[in-house]
Design a protein around this ligand. Structure first.
Ligand SMILES: [Zn+2]
Length: 84
C-alpha cells in the first residue's frame, strides 16, 4: 500500500505509523462517552478516515481516506488542515 504524503509524495506504507480511525471528541462532561471514545472502535468495512504519522519522512500527522476492504487510498492531507 502506498500513501500520498502532501509534502513527500507517494511513499510506502512502511514509512508510516497508523493511529487508527479519526474519532470525534467525546462530551467532556460524560465519563462513559470518554471511555467509549478511548476503548471502542467502529472498525468499519468500507471508506474510512484514519490518522497516519509519517515517521520516516516529514513527521507530519495526516488524515488518510482509505477503503478498508480494498486498501485503496483515495486521499491524504495534513491533520491540522483537516480539522482533526
Ligand atoms: Zn511526508
Amino acid at each position: 500500500m502506498r500513501i500520498p504524503c502532501p509534502y513527500c509524495g507517494e511513499r510506502d506504507l512502511s514509512e508510516f505509523v497508523c493511529r487508527g480511525e479519526v474519532a470525534t471528541r467525546p462530551d467532556p462532561t460524560t465519563l462513559s462517552a470518554g471511555l467509549d471514545a478511548l476503548y471502542l472502535r467502529d472498525n468499519p468495512a468500507g471508506p474510512t478516515r484514519e490518522h497516519w504519522y509519517h515517521a520516516q519522512g516529514c513527521r507530519l500527522w495526516l488524515v488518510v481516506e482509505r477503503d478498508t476492504r480494498t486498501h485503496a487510498v483515495t486521499g491524504a492531507r495534513p491533520a491540522a488542515e483537516a480539522g482533526s
